[in-house]
Design a protein around this ligand. Structure first.
Ligand code: ADP
Ligand code: MG
Length: 364
């Protein structure tokens, strides 16, 4: 780059470099550097080492004008309660942008949200955004275009499992192999990482959203109770379980919905073991995907995974007993990443600070 060529020239050029440094640092002050985890369920932004945005990936728009009326948590309040005037959109599906315009509105809105909190506006945006490991070139391009239309002048991409591993604190450049299982909203992404690259990966469309649908379906089938997705999500968070038995099980939970027979609102008390039953099939699919990824692994890396264990991340890692269940299935140690909902954005933030050093960053 510029620095190398300057260094190999004479003294006159060194002087020139110094004078250049003044406007350079001035501009870097005007450059806002952002690390973005654009997730199916949640979007997080890190700026100056701090998480400044942590919002559900959803916007609400006015149907006839197309104007955005709410973003993030405010839009989530409206989800499932739309009327003829308002609709909500989740711009991402299965980890990739499904509605470009909505995605752009959402990214713009969240950056604005953050600047309102910080009270300053920046003309230049430099971004590192993470993308699913199995993303196509077209999808990659779409992420980059959305970022650019949202004001980014410089965009770098990083694969999510890589970002998660960095966020967990793994030295990804080492020859040591590590397995990451990221259970998000739309997809569960499993990857084995070594030497700064993804050696093998496996992705299934079974994750948090599917768990919610399982619960919704279970309530309908077993209790004749119609519930919405947000209620299903609350049930999952309060008493969701991957196992039938716990030393200290969560208490029963009151669920409100509509009685399918009478049409009247009704309350039902549900236990965690019922939810474990409701989620069983989907969790089996996650287990099978983990086993498939292990089968694909080169034997030298299998040995590493045997000693390092498996890392669970993403919101799904918080499902009660999931670590134990995967451990029982694979006979491997399973660790839950610290603050699993933020591991990916943390790693993306670290990548942002080391743009020159991290070779696995892509410019698309
Ligand atoms: P994404 O990266 O796809 O946006 P996240 O990693 O943010 O996804 O995880 C979101 C998912 O995690 C949602 O489906 C949410 O319901 C789920 N989740 C969050 N907290 C919990 C919890 N305590 N137990 C189970 N699932 C959870
Ligand atoms: Mg994610």
């Amino acid at each position: 780059g510029i620095r190398d060529s300057v260094a190999s020239r004479g003294l006159g050029d060194v002087y020139k470099r110094q004078t250049h440094n003044i406007p350079m640092s001035f501009f870097s002050f005007l450059t806002q550097e952002l690390a973005i985890d654009l997730g199916t369920a949640n979007t997080l932004i890190i700026h100056k080492d701090k998480v400044v945005v942590d919002e559900p990936s959803i916007i609400a728009i006015e149907r006839n004008t197309g104007n955005v009326i709410a973003i993030g948590k405010d839009a989530m309040q409206m989800f499932g309660k739309e009327n003829e005037g308002i609709k909500t959109i989740r711009p991402l599906k299965d980890g990739v942008i499904a509605d470009f315009q909505a995605a752009e509105h959402m990214i713009r809105g969240m950056i604005k949200m953050m600047n309102q909190k910080q009270r300053w506006i920046s003309p230049q945006l430099k971004m590192v955004i993470c993308i699913p490991s199995g993303i196509t070139e077209v999808e990659k391009r779409a992420v980059k275009d959305s970022a650019e239309r949202s004001g980014a002048k410089e965009v770098y991409l990083i694969h999510e499992p890589m970002a998660a591993a960095v966020g967990i604190g793994i030295d990804v450049t080492q020859p040591q192999g590590n397995m990451i299982v990221d259970i998000g909203g739309g997809t569960t992404e499993i990857a084995i990482i070594a030497l700064g690259g993804i050696v093998c990966d496996e992705s299934i469309r079974v994750a948090g959203d599917e768990f919610n649908l399982d619960i919704l379906e279970y309530m309908r089938r077993e209790h004749n109770l119609l519930i919405g997705e947000r209620t299903a999500e609350k049930i999952k968070i309060h008493i969701g379980s991957a196992l039938q038995e716990f030393d200290s099980p969560p208490e029963d939970y009151a669920v409100f919905g509509r009685d399918l027979m009478t049409g009247i609102p009704k309350q039902i008390i549900v236990s965690y073991s019922e939810i474990a039953r409701a989620l069983d099939k989907s969790i089996m699919k996650v287990e099978e995907a983990v086993l498939r990824a292990l089968e694909q692994s080169p034997p030298e890396l299998s040995a590493d995974i045997l000693s390092n264990g498996i890392w669970l991340t993403g919101g799904g890692a918080l499902l009660r007993g999931l670590d134990k269940r995967i451990s029982a299935k694979t006979k491997l140690r399973v660790h839950i990443a610290e603050d699993p909902l933020r591991a990916v954005v943390r790693g993306t933030g670290t990548a942002l600070k080391n743009i020159g050093r991290f070779k696995f960053l892509m410019t698309a």
